[in-house]
Design a protein around this ligand. Structure first.
Ligand code: PHE
Length: 353
């Protein structure tokens, strides 16, 4: 309920506005409807089935997605809204919102992050008047529009299109840019599967769609080193950002300057995995997050071995605890770590060593 993407002076809000402006400026005669307040709790139908995610796809598992009830989840992507918005008659829209995934713990992963989704539907007369096939028009326009978006965000830069797979688009691509010496994936996109348009009673139309993660791009463009910073109430963070400050590629823009990092505290824990092998790193991370919140910086597997005779596997994890705002005391880290150790046994059924 923080709605970081709706705060105009927050880096996520700044970036969202820059993206929305691009879609309003690119061709003012075709305006995009902008939505940023749709509920993140959606049906499993919307999150998966409506965008053709196969019944056995890993993203459906409770290890990857947060289930609210059997039939509803915290959306794992903003694509969950595609079909419903099309059904409501929207032909060009941008949806920004918080999305949720169970995942690893490190500087670029957090269980909640933000995506922008864009969809553009074409009418038959648009390709007929240009003597193009619908697929040609949709894929060319998709590519020029998104290359323009990338220049709007990163300035002139080298780009490449990489073939990708999403169940809801065909063909599917990722757009990568060469930035500060490495290739970075910026967004996923493609030509929407016709069956989605059919389901929205838009048979005979064509559409493209794209999705991008705001944190990744904001971390690159503003030089923000740790994803937890987006959530800090510390004014030393928030005072460095102001709507209107953005410059393409960060050129001539004041970047984020880190305030002193507080010391980390490392805790290692070794345990035997449960013998039914029903253990995943995501559930370990979820457990640590639920106890430590933003005080955990990284969870890393540092050793693993199998005792062939006993047929048991042992894992050793290193937890890095560090606050973005202050020094942690030994007592409070020990308290967190003790609870983690207990819950590892009671909830994840491992045997501590
Ligand atoms: N929903 C996809 C993701 O989260 C991104 C995407 C959106 C890809 C729209 C293609 C079209 O990775």
């Amino acid at each position: 309920d923080k709605g970081l993407h709706r705060l105009p002076d927050h880096p996520l809000g700044i970036l969202k506005n820059v993206i929305e402006n691009y879609f309003c400026e690119v061709d003012p005669s075709v305006s995009f409807t902008v939505m940023d307040d749709l509920s993140p709790i959606v049906s499993t139908y919307a999150n998966f089935d409506s965008v053709l995610v196969p019944a056995d796809h890993v993203s459906r598992s409770a290890n990857d997605t947060y289930y609210v009830t059997k039939g509803s989840v915290l959306r794992c992507h903003t694509s969950a809204h595609q079909l419903e918005l099309l059904k409501h008659g929207h032909k060009r829209f941008l949806v920004t919102g918080d999305v949720y995934r169970r995942d690893t713990i490190d500087a670029t992963h957090f269980p909640v992050f933000h995506q922008v989704e864009g969809v553009r539907v074409f009418e038959p007369h648009e390709w007929e008047s240009q003597n193009l096939s619908s697929l040609e028009l949709a894929s060319t326009e998709l590519k020029t529009t998104l290359e323009g978006l990338v220049r709007h965000l990163f300035g002139e830069c080298e780009m490449r299109w990489v073939d990708a797979y999403f169940p809801f688009t065909e063909p599917s691509y990722e757009l990568e840019i060469f930035f500060k010496g490495e290739w970075l994936e910026v967004l996923g996109c493609g030509v929407m599967q016709s069956s989605i348009l059919d389901a929205a009673e838009l048979d005979g139309h064509r559409a493209w769609a794209f999705g991008l993660g705001l944190e990744r791009l904001a971390m690159i463009l503003f030089d923000i080193p740790d994803i937890r910073l987006f959530w800090t109430p510390d004014p030393r963070f928030s005072q460095q950002f102001k709507s209107g400050m953005f410059r393409a590629g960060g050129v001539g823009m004041k970047k984020f300057s880190s305030y002193s990092k507080y010391p980390p505290c490392y805790k290692d824990v070794s345990f035997w995995l449960p013998q039914d092998k029903n253990f995943t790193e995501n559930s370990l991370c979820e457990l640590v997050r639920s106890i430590a919140g933003t005080l955990v910086e990284e969870v890393k597997l540092i050793d693993e071995f199998e005792n062939k005779k006993l047929k048991r596997t042992s894992h050793c994890y290193r937890f890095t605890y560090r606050s973005m705002e202050r020094s942690l005391t030994d007592d409070e880290v020990n308290e967190i770590q003790n609870e983690v150790r207990q819950r590892l046994e009671t909830d994840l059924h491992v045997v501590l060593r």
